[in-house]
Design a protein around this ligand. Structure first.
Ligand code: SAM
Length: 308
């Protein structure tokens, strides 16, 4: 394993404030990463608390374990959070005080050249966050048809020059490495916006490789069963499509914006947003940690407790 670069936890204070309702409760950090949020969470919880740390990435688990050390309250669950309800031992379903999700990749993953996430370093076209099975960036780049590639670049990458870039990729096949892909993109985008375009295309491919929107939908749906009444769901996203899913789920309990009603016509919602507005990092945090700049934090509470 190469050098471990520390990931700076984003909106740490805001996440902790939103998450903790019971100092001796059961918590899940669904995106353990370098363990930044979990480390702080443990420091604020009592001796009877339990914190499950989930990650699909062995390197993240190793880094977080080293940071947290020996703590009887901390338990690792290795796997994809899209299967959270099966990763979690069944006796904890419906008992959890808070679930935290800090989506996307960690600084650690971005800086590991051989993972293929970075457009700045030479590496294989991989981009898989967990395990070594499943779709790779190589397959997306070298085998998707024009329409699919264009749509991924446009929707997941939010890159306007998606048509030109998809055409250039197809014309340059086979593309073997991250730097070859970067060179193809550089050729067709305006020099002034090159870095942004590169970041967007790589992000789009990464979202496709890891099926990030699908697994997010799965975990958001499962969180309702996993949380105890009045338990908190705290989600930090870095992409407008993710934030939209989180917002819809917290507001209506589904992704379509459908308001369910009971027999008497009263709205039935499984979750209640804690704040009306999305929370974003302040200027000082963005200056200290530019990776935080696009973060959007939303917090909701599961309805069903005596106070709801
Ligand atoms: C932004 S980092 C989390 C950083 C962490 N909060 C910290 O402060 O150190 C996101 C982490 O979530 C993991 N991750 C992303 N999607 C996942 C998924 N579907 N299942 C499990 N882990 C996932 C990534 O491997 C990465 O380590």
């Amino acid at each position: 394993m190469s050098v471990y670069y520390e990931h700076i936890p984003v909106m740490l204070e805001e996440c902790m404030d939103g998450l903790i309702t019971d100092a001796n409760g059961i918590y899940i950090d669904g995106t353990l990463g370098g363990g930044g949020h979990t480390h702080e969470l443990l420091s604020r919880l009592g001796q009877k608390a339990t914190v499950f740390g989930v990650d699909q990435d062995d390197q993240a688990i190793a880094a977080a374990s080293a940071r947290i050390g020996d703590d009887h309250r901390f338990k690792i669950l290795k796997g994809n959070f899209g299967y959270l309800s099966t990763l979690l031992p069944p006796q904890f379903i419906g008992q959890v005080s808070g679930i935290l999700l800090d989506l996307g990749v960690s600084t650690h993953q971005l800086k590991e050249a051989e993972r293929g996430f970075s457009f700045q370093q030479e590496g294989p076209l991989d981009m898989r966050m967990g395990g070594f099975t499943g779709l790779t960036a190589y397959e997306v780049v070298n085998s998707y048809d024009y329409e699919r590639l264009r749509d991924i670049i446009f929707h997941y990458g939010e890159e306007k020059a998606s048509r030109k870039i998809a055409q250039a990729i197809i014309a340059a096949r086979p593309i073997e490495t991250t730097q070859e892909l970067s060179a193809v993109i550089r050729e067709v985008v305006v020099p002034k916006f090159q870095i942004k375009s590169l970041a967007r295309v790589f992000q789009g491919i990464r979202i496709e490789v890891n099926q990030e929107l699908e697994v997010l939908k799965q975990v958001l749906e499962q969180s309702i069963q996993i949380l105890a009444p009045n338990g908190r769901l705290v989600v930090m996203s870095y992409h407008s499509l993710e934030d939209r899913l989180v917002k819809q789920m917290m507001k209506n309990g589904n992704f379509e914006g459908r308001l369910e009603k009971d027999f008497y016509g009263n709205p039935v919602r499984p979750l209640k947003p804690i704040y009306r507005q999305v929370i974003t990092p302040n200027e000082e945090e963005v200056e200290r940690n530019p990776a935080a700049r696009s973060a959007k934090l939303r917090i909701a509470e599961k309805i069903g407790g005596p106070d709801s």
